[in-house]
Design a binder for this molecule. Structure first.
Ligand code: 2U9
Length: 344
């Protein structure tokens, strides 16, 4: 019986040594120390032994059991440490490695240009005013000296929703609404950015939806030179101190007199090139002194108040500034285009 126990002990200890993982180890434990295990078997056979041998065998059996159990504990701890080291080794993060940049979005180029223009005029004391994109025929046309049937209405082909409701074709109705809110009293100094809609076929320079920024200043004694001063300041800050501006006569139903403002061409410095079509000048915006009819309809006495207004297309300014050849890039959200103008 004693040999059998020692044989079992060696057998079990060899298996503990050979065990490669905790699971294998558990199997050894169950196989040798379990209720149906051979050592338990031996102890059950104790009854057949001579009485004087029982304590010896009993003690040996317990020693063997204990030795096997300790060997299993020790091996289990070792296996768990090895497993942890292996896991840590696999999980070791080389903090010197560059992190995977989280793809971050950025401001859309159009948003940046609009904010840049807004900041320039806010710097000159203008406030930003906004209004509804679904507008009434009155505020979009009538209030701007474009009575029903006026031919100039066709210049702005419109998306009508009902006889009297349409998608605004410019942000001018916002200025008309703003003046009305002032009830003919005191200065109005606002810029009005926003989306506008024209029933146009999209191509490289036209889009059925685009943005505008218009401005209005109404007060007593406002003169054309004030308009020129503000536009000159805008051009210099937006396009560079070295740029010249020129005002050419033009026509808009809601301003009289009306002008268009050009800036000297950056590519050729005014000599004439493909960008400025040989003129040396690039048209940027339209402007003029607010038409007395428009002041009147908004409740301002044109004998007491005068004003100037201007309007520009941010897409056009972005296309000039960055040499973009197709207005549709602003709306088709092609990541290859957007990624070129990442402003945080
Ligand atoms: C009120 C009075 C006058 C706004 C003006 C322009 C000239 C102009 C164009 C710019 C680019 C339209 O999108 S565009 O082609 N706009 O040239 N806009 S004066 O005049 C106003 C507006 C409101 C009450």
């Amino acid at each position: 019986m004693k040999e059998r126990l020692l044989e079992l002990k060696q057998e079990a200890l060899d298996k503990v040594t050979a065990a490669e993982d905790v699971k294998g180890l558990q199997e050894v434990r169950v196989q040798y120390l379990g209720k149906k295990g051979p050592i338990t078997e031996v102890l059950r056979g104790m009854g057949k032994l001579p009485a004087e041998e029982r304590p010896v065998i009993g003690q040996l059996a317990n020693d063997v059991r204990e030795e096997i159990s300790n060997a299993i504990e020790t091996k289990q701890t070792k296996l768990e440490e090895q497993a942890l080291e292996k896991q840590l080794a696999e999980e070791t993060i080389d903090v010197t490695l560059p992190g995977r940049p989280a793809p971050s979005g950025g401001r859309h180029l159009l948003t940046s240009i609009i904010e840049e223009i807004e900041d320039l005029f806010i710097g000159m004391g203008f406030e930003v005013a906004e209004g509804p994109e679904v507008e009434s025929d009155y505020y979009n046309f009538e209030a701007l000296n474009l009575p029903k049937g006026h031919p100039a209405r066709d210049m702005q082909d419109s998306f009508y929703i009902t006889e009297e409701i349409l998608m605004r074709t410019h942000t001018s109705p916002v200025q008309a609404r703003t003046m009305e809110k002032h009830e003919g009293k005191g200065p109005v100094k606002v810029i009005c950015p926003g989306k506008v809609y024209r029933r146009d076929t999209d191509d490289a320079t036209h889009s059925h939806q685009f943005t505008q920024i218009e401005g209005l200043l109404v007060d007593e004694h406002v003169r054309m030179s004030d308009l020129k001063g503000v536009l000159n300041e805008f051009a210099k800050q937006m396009f560079g101190e070295d740029r010249e501006i020129r005002l050419r006569p033009s026509f808009f139903p809601f301003t009289e007199p009306s002008v268009e403002m050009d800036i000297s061409c950056k590519m050729c410095g005014g000599e004439g090139c493909s960008v400025c079509k040989g003129t040396g000048w690039i048209e940027i915006l339209g402007a003029g002194m607010v038409h007395p009819n428009v002041l009147q309809m908004a409740g301002y006495d044109p004998e007491k108040y005068t004003g100037f207004a201007f309007g520009m297309g941010p897409e056009r300014i972005a296309m000039l500034k960055y040499g973009i050849d197709d207005i549709r890039h602003f709306y088709t959200n092609d990541i290859r285009f957007l990624n070129q103008f990442h402003k945080a």
